[in-house]
Each structure stands twice: as structure tokens, then as C-alpha cells.
Write a protein that binds this ligand. Sequence first.
Ligand SMILES: C[S@@+](CC[C@H](N)C(=O)[O-])C[C@H]1O[C@@H](n2cnc3c(N)ncnc32)[C@H](O)[C@@H]1O
Length: 260
Amino acid sequence: MTSEPQPFAPGERIMLQETDGHHAFMVELTPGRTLHTHGGVIKHDDVIGRPEGTQILTHLQSSFVAVRPTLVQRMMKVKRRTQIIYPKEAARIALELGVGPGSRVIEIGSGSGALTLLLATLVRPEGRVHSFDRNPEFQDNARENVTRAGLADWVVFATLDAGQPFGVSGVDAVVLDLPEPWLAIRPALEALRVGGMLASIIPNAEQLKQLHIEAEDAGFKDLRVIEILEREILVRRREGVRPSERMIGFTGYLLFGRKR
Ligand SMILES: C[S@@+](CC[C@H](N)C(=O)[O-])C[C@H]1O[C@@H](n2cnc3c(N)ncnc32)[C@H](O)[C@@H]1O
């Protein structure tokens, strides 16, 4: 049995994707508003009330399709005030930490809330993400991104300088994404339950070494560091199939550890 498709509602964030191209726009549907693309203008009113998958023509007859964003698109399209964790690392962090329904997770910093979107999605319906940052303006932006994604009920935001106790205990996982993650190592150990997992993403080898040493000295076990490389493969009907010439060469090292 298939459920009835829900029509697009005013205020909803949707993707308008070129039918035969790669351009994609995330828009918040607002009556009376228009989207200007290279292929012409789309009226939001032509999308509101229509079902997902609707084909929309611009005033220049370019074809777009209206769909709801995937979680990856939501993460990549958050309003950015900081660097974000990309899906390739976010997914691995969630997997290594075993984040799932009911999990209680701490993250510092909130940044722009990109990782928060994934964590909050996974902990539903009973779990919580406790998201800390020392910068209230960044955190307001992260809160807006999380609220727009409909995930505010699963995230508790608080301002905190790394090094202070988190004020939450017995959590299942802690994620550190800040330039000096070692500042939060001891509070992380205190907040975790026995068996709980630690993850950190860090850009420089010197920071990585310091973090590794401080995590080990604090008592974290099973420490492991990986780097994830992702290459897009171009699958083309007429030309050869091969990797794209372009790739994001480096985003960060991932460190994992466990309290046991
Ligand atoms: C790279 S961003 C986090 C990105 C986030 N994970 C995301 O996916 O959007 C790093 C954040 O750490 C915060 N931060 C840096 N140093 C901090 C500290 N000592 N205590 C608390 N937060 C800190 C910054 O304000 C910034 O928002």
C-alpha cells in the first residue's frame, strides 16, 4: 500500500532540480515569491499545493522537478556560519558511535548544525543531542537550521567553553569538532557512560597528535585514527567511465576512542 503524497505546503523547504542538468536550488516556499535561475523564473505559487515529483517549467520553458530534500542535501545546504562536517565524515562518525533511536549524544561545537541534523535524525524518537558552542551567534544559526529541518525537539543547545563540565552524564557518545578538542577531553570522559564512544574530527596532524596523547593520558581506550577519501565516478553513456578529475582532497582526520 502506498501512502497519499503530501502536497507541498507554504513554508516548506524543497529542492528544485533541473530535469536534465545538475543545478539544484533549495527554496522555502513563500506565496508571491519567485526563484530566478539561469534557465528562467519559477513562481513559488506554481509549486505550492502540488505533489512531490511535479515538473515545473520556467518562463523560458526550462524544466525543473520539485522534490523534498534528502538528508544529505539538507546538511550541505545549511546556512553556513562555520565550516561544516561533510556527509562522508558525518556518516562514519554516526556509525562508529552507534548513534540510533534513544541515543544520548553530546557535540561541541554546534557550528552550523550540519552534523546536528544527522545526529538528531538518528536519535529520534526518544534520544537527545546536547549541542554546545561558545559562540552564541553561531549557535543561533545552528538552532535555526535545526528548526527549519523540523528537528528542534531532539536538540538541546547551550553555550559553553570547552573545558567546562557538560552538565550531562551517562551519555552514549561525544563528538568534538573544534580547533582545540583536547580542552574537552576530560569533560567528555566524565560525561560518557562506561562503553560510550568518543569521536573527533581535526584538520592538522599536529592537533591530531596532541589530541591522541591527551585522550590516551585521560584514559580513553581503543584509540584509532582514519582519513576518508571520496572520489566521484562519472558514469557516461558515450564517453568512458572513470573518476572525476576533481575531488575534495582532504577534509580532516577522524579520531575514535572508547571509555571502558
Ligand atoms: C567547525 S565548527 C563545527 C561544525 C559543526 N560540526 C557542523 O557540522 O556544522 C567549530 C565550532 O567550534 C566552536 N568552538 C571553537 N572553540 C571552542 C571552544 N573552546 N569552546 C566551545 N566551542 C568552540 C566554534 O565557535 C565553532 O562554531
